[in-house]
Design a protein around this ligand. Structure first.
Ligand SMILES: [Fe+2]
Length: 300
């Protein structure tokens, strides 16, 4: 699980970057060692055991069509040769998390930044900064979908606008609850499309099968107000009907929405509001235990 965007403390410094400098943070993809390829293989196989019938079908298809194989960390050039032809997206290597505006600008130009490193064997279950497994395995496959590709580009453009308006904190919630932790209702059942889930073996099961979290129908304004958990499973997931719905409901300029939400209270994770399209009401059992653990940690 990564922290998504919007939490400033783990960003690399952006000094010297100027708008329009798309290559400022981009580096050459590193040569991964045999041990690192082995870590990739282990992570990949673990997810392959879990994701069929849980991940959106497009995800499983795209792993093979984009040549994202379990054998080794893919060469970005090979993936890009196929992905560029499909949707005009490409993946570029960056040393770590980058500041908001350069990140938004890359997305607005259909470039997805991927961490140029992989977690160690000791970090198999948790890594604070997104690595190549989270970024390439989790995020890149669904960039092969034209509608989702358009959504991500629009998100990048919206991010640049939000940076000027001072509303990145609100917009970051949309990224969190869609790109990282989104669920989608497919004809065959509820499926995962969020990369934060797709790259996590435990949350891949929890988000669909645990009774604790609420599953709520997508609602833009509601999401922009909803705080999120960065260090544990989510207390609520938002469900879209399709990427068409996601794109249609987020394509407009958010300026009037931000204005409307100015001063509106933050909705806490796990809280249900009148008017929520509750698809599955959660028991909150896991969430309560997690909150207790957090309180205990805070007391120490
Ligand atoms: Fe991510």
């Amino acid at each position: 699980m990564d922290k998504g965007i919007g939490s400033a403390e783990h960003y690399t410094a952006g000094e010297g970057w100027t708008p329009g400098n798309l290559d400022f943070f981009t580096v050459k993809q590193k040569e991964f060692t045999a041990e690192e390829h082995d870590i990739w293989r282990t992570l990949y196989r673990r997810q392959l055991d879990i994701l069929p019938k849980r991940a959106i079908s497009l995800f499983m298809d795209s792993l093979s069509t984009l040549g994202i194989s379990q054998e080794k960390v893919p060469d970005f050039n090979d993936v890009n040769n196929i992905l560029m032809k499909r949707t005009g997206w490409q993946v570029v290597a960056v040393p770590g998390l980058i500041p908001d505006e350069p990140f938004f600008e890359l997305l607005a130009n259909r470039r997805f930044p991927s961490g140029n490193f992989i977690r160690t064997k000791k970090q198999m279950d948790y890594i604070q900064e997104p690595d190549v497994f989270h970024d390439l395995f989790g995020h890149v496959p669904i960039l092969a979908d034209p509608l989702f590709g358009d959504y991500m580009e629009a998100y990048g453009k919206g991010g640049l606008k939000a940076a000027k308006l001072g509303t990145i904190d609100k917009l970051a919630r949309l990224y969190w609850y869609t790109v990282e932790f989104g669920l989608i209702q497919e004809p065959q059942g509820l499926r995962i499309y969020g990369a934060g889930i797709l790259s996590s073996p435990t949350e891949s099961v929890f988000c669909l099968e645990d009774k604790s979290p609420h599953r709520i129908g997508f609602d833009l304004k509601r999401i922009l107000q909803t705080h999120y958990q960065i260090d544990d499973f989510q207390d609520n997931y938002f469900v879209i009907d399709s990427f068409r719905q996601l794109l249609d409901e987020t394509y407009a300029d958010f300026t009037p929405v931000y204005k409307e939400l100015r001063g509106a209270p933050v909705i806490m994770p796990g809280e249900l509001r009148e008017g929520d399209a509750v698809l599955q009401r959660g028991t909150g059992v896991y969430a309560a235990a997690a909150a207790q653990r957090r309180a205990q940690r805070a007391r120490k």
